[in-house]
Design a protein around this ligand. Structure first.
Ligand code: KG4
Ligand code: ZN
Length: 398
């Protein structure tokens, strides 16, 4: 055990088939991602059945490539880690079945990993690769992706492990203190991009176009991004809502509707249809092509939308930082690749006096490096999954 432990990670929860090899829980030797974007693009979103088929097509070559790039053979691998959930049931099943088959044939231990814990470990992997092993608890992790907008308060599993919690093999526990009540932030980016004729996925294109618009041009009121006060849960028994409890919940479906209303009010549909047609003819439009197809009013709308979402994510996260006396902030998941989100968190975090860490962009969106990294503490604890474990589409993290 230790630094020379090699874990093969496999990820297939959504529309990326991925495999990676991580050494000692902290060194990424390979990180192969086979993206299905081109398959789902014509439909403007992920089609679950197509995702499963693409995973089946991709899984064997992706795993082989990950081993090859890491310079490792199957015999060198100490354990096989796979995403158990949450995610699309059929998509998860491909990764889980393949991982089980490998573990059985190679007689290697199998480790089941929660995808959200993977996103959190992407930040740890990033920092450990940079040689940073210092970490102050509690850590607040904002996991912000196409399927999730969750705030987790993280601490070492063992109560006496406060000083050792940052060590690579230490296990953590997670408390969910806020989440989206409706759409995930990434889903809002994707839906708004689709509605504006910009294709799929929406996040990266909105990110690139937003800097060409005026973020103050369209005002989105706080009623469009507001989550109701959370009612405290008491083991199934209903209790009276308490004014003492602050909600750290998010809500992004209102802003999507507000964008739609703005489009209708300003008769923007003909322009959107024209843009959709132009962009549909190109496999990977360049920034110039996007800009040529996008008028000033749309660019302003995009910039204002992104600003509103970013401001809300940052404000609510920092409110939780203050309330829970958080020492370190992690921002991770696909939306953490967003330039404005990163810049705003960096500035606001510095003002607040809380260090903010992000994964590199390649580790922000779905990948298997994060799965192999999150598996390491389980490997140390010999927390192995039986060969008959099942994928869980709604797996929770705790
Ligand atoms: O983590 P991820 O790869 O998959 C899920 O677990 O959902 O996240 C994908 C999401 C998509 O909604 C995509 O539009 C969004 O992350 N995304 C971005 C950016 N890059 C990806 N959102 C905003 N800005 C970006 N640069
Ligand atoms: Zn994800």
């Amino acid at each position: 055990m230790g630094k020379d432990t090699y874990i093969l990670g496999i990820e297939s929860s959504c529309d990326e088939t991925a495999a990676a090899v991580v050494r000692g829980g902290e060194q990424l030797l390979s990180n192969v991602v086979f993206s299905q974007i081109a398959t789902h693009q014509p439909y403007g979103g992920v089609v679950p059945e197509l995702a499963s088929r693409e995973h089946l097509r991709g899984i064997v070559p992706v795993v082989r490539q990950a081993l090859e790039q890491a310079g490792k053979s199957y015999a060198d691998i100490d354990a096989i880690a796979v995403t158990q959930g949450p995610g699309l049931a059929g998509a998860l099943l491909v990764g889980v079945s393949y991982a089980k088959a490998l573990a059985f044939a190679l007689r290697k231990p199998l480790i089941a990993v929660n995808h959200l814990e993977g996103h959190i470990h992407a930040v740890l992997l990033e920092e450990r690769q940079k040689g940073n092993h210092e970490l102050r608890f509690p850590v607040l992790a904002l996991v912000v992706s196409g399927g999730h907008t969750h705030l987790y308060l993280c601490a070492p599993l063992k109560s006496d492990a406060h000083t050792h919690g940052a060590e690579t093999g230490a296990a953590w526990r997670y408390e969910l203190i806020g989440r989206t009540r409706d759409d995930a932030a990434g889903e809002a980016f994707d839906k708004v991009a689709k509605l504006l004729g910009l294709g799929y996925p929406g996040g990266p294109v909105i990110d690139r176009l937003a800097r060409h618009g005026d973020a103050h041009a369209v005002k989105f009121g706080s009623t469009q991004i507001k989550a109701p006060l959370r009612e405290p849960k008491n083991e199934g028994k209903r209790t009276a809502p308490s004014r003492e409890i602050t909600s750290h919940d998010f809500s992004f479906s209102g802003i999507k509707t507000a964008v739609l209303r703005y489009v209708e009010l300003n008769a923007m549909q003909p322009g959107i249809e024209a843009r959709r047609l132009v962009l549909a003819g190109k496999t990977q439009p360049t920034l110039e092509e996007y800009l040529a197809a996008t008028d000033k009013r749309t660019l302003d709308l995009i910039a204002s939308f992104q600003r509103a979402v970013v401001e809300d994510l940052v404000a609510k996260t920092l409110a939780a930082v203050r309330e829970r006396e958080v020492a370190t902030l992690f921002v991770t998941g696909g939306v953490a690749a967003n330039s404005e989100l990163r810049a705003t968190f960096e500035t606001s975090g510095a003002q607040e006096g809380v260090p903010v860490f992000f994964p590199a962009r390649a580790l922000s969106t779905d990948n298997a490096g994060m799965i192999a990294a999150a598996a390491y503490p389980k490997f140390v604890a010999r927390e192995f999954a039986p060969l008959n474990f099942s994928p869980e589409a709604s797996l929770t993290l705790r």
